[in-house]
Write a protein that binds this ligand. Structure first.
Ligand SMILES: [Zn+2]
Length: 417
């Protein structure tokens, strides 16, 4: 080899080595720059919380997930080995402490296929609560007991049903603003049946005036109120201002607000965000998909109520006596919680039968497929009770007599003979 070409070869090798070293240095510089940027971003991160990526129109899911991630009562009760949704929730709650997360695994586990379609946040919450293990969802489960009594005090009808959310109608008063406390009081106010609406009482053996009352048989640890902003029948919605109380008193328990899911925009679309007070600090944050910011004007900073024209779900946490001390009621017909709204609008007809007036106030879903899917996820307990085997006492006596005869004929008679 010519010395020049050898030199050239050597120079070429050196140059390649130099270029490779430079490339390595430049990529390591780039990596360290990215690291620096990440560290700087973490250092200068305004909030200690992270957001969720929107897959298209999944802001309803993001808002509900953020509320659930701040509901620590369910975290330790998730059963990842039993339910895939429990597993995915556990994963995302853990990751959310460190970074912004994607929700593809969650939508998959919930059976949500069309992520470009807006859905109702309340139904999404119920879907999740129906999918996860009962132990985990227990914190959200309450029971409503409906009792109808005639004017003589006879119980005409009594049933207890579980619920996830209590729906409050925003149409029930003509005031310019809607008071949540008044709405809740009206929800539990007894209804009278008289005149043409009198009810047949089997003990009085005639139609009689009656009163139907509703009580919270079991107070949930987490009480969720649904503000009925949507009128699906007339395809309208209301942005009526709601006075949200910081705390509620119900059945001797105090409930403190820690989460709000807001809806802005049109009936069929719009956008959801969540405003949450994490238990570890005293600051309200707004979770808007990937963006998380401190709420500029902190709710309840100066007053005990907060005015909102977008609040849709209000999530309260019970303080005081633990749930274990609350006696579970006997449930007559543990129908799915999704029908609480319908059940509350029950009318007892003239002959004492019960009819249901359906007046959904939730955001409509395009097509019945999704509704069916949501309802499919619901648990219906004791709808088809197992038939109980009861034997008549005469049959039992006959079997005993035949048994004695058998013993006499087969055992005692040969001995005598
Ligand atoms: Zn009666």
């Amino acid at each position: 080899m010519h010395p020049c070409s050898q030199r050239k070869h050597f120079t070429g090798r050196l140059r390649r080595h130099f270029l490779i070293s430079q490339k390595k240095m430049s990529s390591s510089r780039k990596r360290s720059k990215v690291k620096d940027a990440e560290q700087k971003s973490k250092k200068h991160k305004v909030t200690p919380h992270y957001g969720l990526h929107n897959q298209g129109a999944t802001c309803y899911l993001n808002s509900v997930l953020q509320v659930l991630s701040m509901t620590t009562e369910i975290h330790d009760r998730l059963e990842p080995r039993a339910q895939i949704t429990d597993q995915e929730l556990k994963n995302i709650f853990k990751k959310l402490k460190e970074t912004t997360c994607k929700t593809e695994n969650i939508t998959q586990s919930l059976g949500i296929e069309n992520v470009l379609q807006q859905r109702d946040a309340a139904e999404c919450l119920e879907l999740i609560l129906n999918k996860i293990s009962p132990l985990a969802s227990e914190a959200f489960r309450g029971h409503l007991t409906y009792t109808t009594r005639c004017s003589s005090g006879h119980v005409i009808n009594k049933e207890t049903n579980p619920f996830w959310t209590l729906p409050l109608s925003l149409k029930d008063s003509h005031d310019s603003t809607f008071s949540v406390e008044s709405g809740l009081e009206k929800f539990f106010r007894p209804k009278s049946f008289n005149g043409a609406n009198m009810v047949y009482c089997s003990e009085c053996e005639e139609k009689t005036e009656a009163e139907s009352g509703c009580d919270m048989g079991t107070c949930p640890q987490i009480l969720t109120l649904l503000l009925k902003r949507f009128d699906v029948i007339n395809m309208t919605q209301t942005d009526r201002t709601v006075e949200v109380p910081r705390a509620l008193e119900r059945e001797g328990r105090r409930y403190d607000l820690y989460g709000m899911v807001n809806h802005m925009g049109s009936l069929r679309g719009g956008h959801y965000t969540a405003v949450i007070l994490p238990s570890e600090d005293h600051t309200w944050y707004e979770f808007d998909d990937t963006r998380v910011n401190k709420v500029e004007e902190q709710p309840f900073a100066e007053t005990e109520t907060y005015s909102s024209s977008t609040a849709y779900l209000l999530v309260y946490r019970a303080s005081g006596s633990p749930r274990d001390e609350v006696k579970e009621p006997e449930v007559d017909d543990r129908r799915d919680t999704i029908t609480v709204e319908e059940r509350h609008e029950k009318k007892v007809t003239m002959n004492g039968d019960v009819s249901v007036t359906s007046n959904s106030s939730r955001q409509p879903l395009d097509g019945g497929v999704e509704v069916a899917m949501l309802e499919k996820g619901c648990k219906k307990e004791s709808e088809n009770p197992q038939p109980r085997c009861k034997m008549h006492p005469l049959w039992i006596a006959l079997i005993v007599v035949l048994g004695v005869l058998f013993v006499v004929l087969v055992v005692a008679l040969p001995l005598v003979l």
